[in-house]
Design a protein around this ligand. Structure first.
Ligand SMILES: NC(=O)c1ccc[n+]([C@@H]2O[C@H](COP(=O)([O-])OP(=O)(O)OC[C@H]3O[C@@H](n4cnc5c(N)ncnc54)[C@H](OP(=O)(O)O)[C@@H]3O)[C@@H](O)[C@H]2O)c1
Length: 326
């Protein structure tokens, strides 16, 4: 049985989803679980097999997804990936019909999104940028925040659908505005993580166990929601990154570039960017960006973790001064 949602005079039954990665795959699962017919595409189709088992109808191209669905979503890595699924004879644009809404949840650059929005409107369709704030767990709890930029009427048509994905849904302005806000929010993530790592390392070097320091700091006023779930990763990195170092750096670079264009200096973001480069250089590119802690620890003279090309778990044993190996 399909739940039906307002979509103009009609209801939404079929939904398309292009990009079934860590976030997109889970959102598609959520849409399936509330009864939608979901058509999907992933560049690497094998990764979508579990979703096919749950009812997702896999298509061969993003265009086919757009053609089969009433509302089409996309959520891929960044600018390049968005162009790759959006443009060309097999892209979403090629399958977009007049009146159809394309909701892009990628954290991409505002300019690319605005350009694709112009091209969508030339076809009579409408692109909304709808980046999300939150993590894998926030998403699974239905607590994602979704900011939306673009045509207000199109937003109102898809709002009930967006509320099935995340609890907080806000229309913030025209095309690209939601992405600008998303970038402005995300620059704080590695900055916070770096400050937290400095504090943990300082406490540990003075003889306090890392676990004790982490717990005390997360019980203090500095515990933002992000640090609340990611702070413990300095004790053990998750096998699968919730948000990896390379992806984090992609957002930081978008922020730095936007700051340069708008004459806004961002010294804290620039420093965090250098630490992300160091973290990648140590082989942690595909690990959760909490690995920034390990780059800092190495700078503090701790045994350097083995480079792992982002696969094996690397946990350097931190030593309190005078308590461990020289
Ligand atoms: N993870 C988080 O906590 C989080 C939170 C908020 C926002 N975001 C944003 O959400 C977006 C997706 O993140 P994610 O964590 O889901 O990333 P992910 O797991 O790496 O998934 C990326 C997706 O993009 C596809 N892709 C990459 N390059 C492509 C290309 N050139 N052509 C076609 N498809 C391509 C991948 O396909 P393959 O499977 O074939 O590689 C995959 O489906 C990013 O913009 C990220 O910044 C993530």
């Amino acid at each position: 049985m399909h739940k039906r949602l307002c979509y103009g005079e009609d209801t939404v039954r079929s939904v398309g989803f292009v990009g079934l990665g860590t976030m997109g795959g889970r959102i598609a699962r959520r849409l399936l679980s509330v009864g939608h017919e979901v058509y999907g595409f992933n560049r690497t189709p094998e990764k979508a097999r579990p979703l096919v088992g749950e009812g997702l109808r896999l298509c061969g191209t993003p265009r086919a997804v757009a053609e089969r669905s009433e509302v089409v979503f996309s959520m891929v890595t960044g600018d390049e990936a968005l162009r790759s699924v959006g443009e060309g004879p097999d892209g979403i644009l090629a399958g977009l019909r007049p009146g159809q809404v394309w909701v892009d949840m990628t954290t991409a650059g505002p300019e690319v999104s605005r350009e694709l929005a112009r091209r969508a409107s030339e076809r009579g369709g409408c692109l909304l940028d709808a980046p999300v704030s939150g993590s894998v767990t926030t998403l699974e709890q239905g607590q994602l925040s979704i900011m939306v930029g673009g045509d207000r009427a199109a937003f109102e048509r898809v709002e009930p659908l967006l509320r099935q994905i995340g609890r907080r849904v806000t229309h913030v302005g025209g095309n690209g505005d939601a992405l600008l806000l998303k970038i402005a929010i995300n620059l704080s993530l590695p900055v916070q993580m770096l400050a937290f790592s400095e504090g943990v390392l300082l406490a540990e070097r003075s003889g306090i166990r890392r676990e004790v320091a982490v717990r005390a700091m997360l019980d203090s006023v500095i515990a933002s929601p992000m640090l609340g779930y990611r702070g413990p990763f300095v004790l053990e990195l998750p096998e699968e990154a919730w948000f990896d170092v390379s992806m984090m750096q992609k957002d930081v670079l978008l922020a730095l570039e936007t700051g340069r264009k708008l004459d806004v200096p961002m010294p804290a973001t620039a420093l965090a960017n250098e630490m992300l480069t160091a973290t990648r250089g140590m082989g942690f590119g595909r690990r959760d960006f909490a690995a920034i802690f390990h780059a800092l620890a190495a700078m503090a003279g701790e045994r350097r973790p083995e480079p792992d090309d982002g696969r094996a778990v690397v946990e350097p044993e931190a030593r309190a001064r005078g308590q461990g190996d020289p």
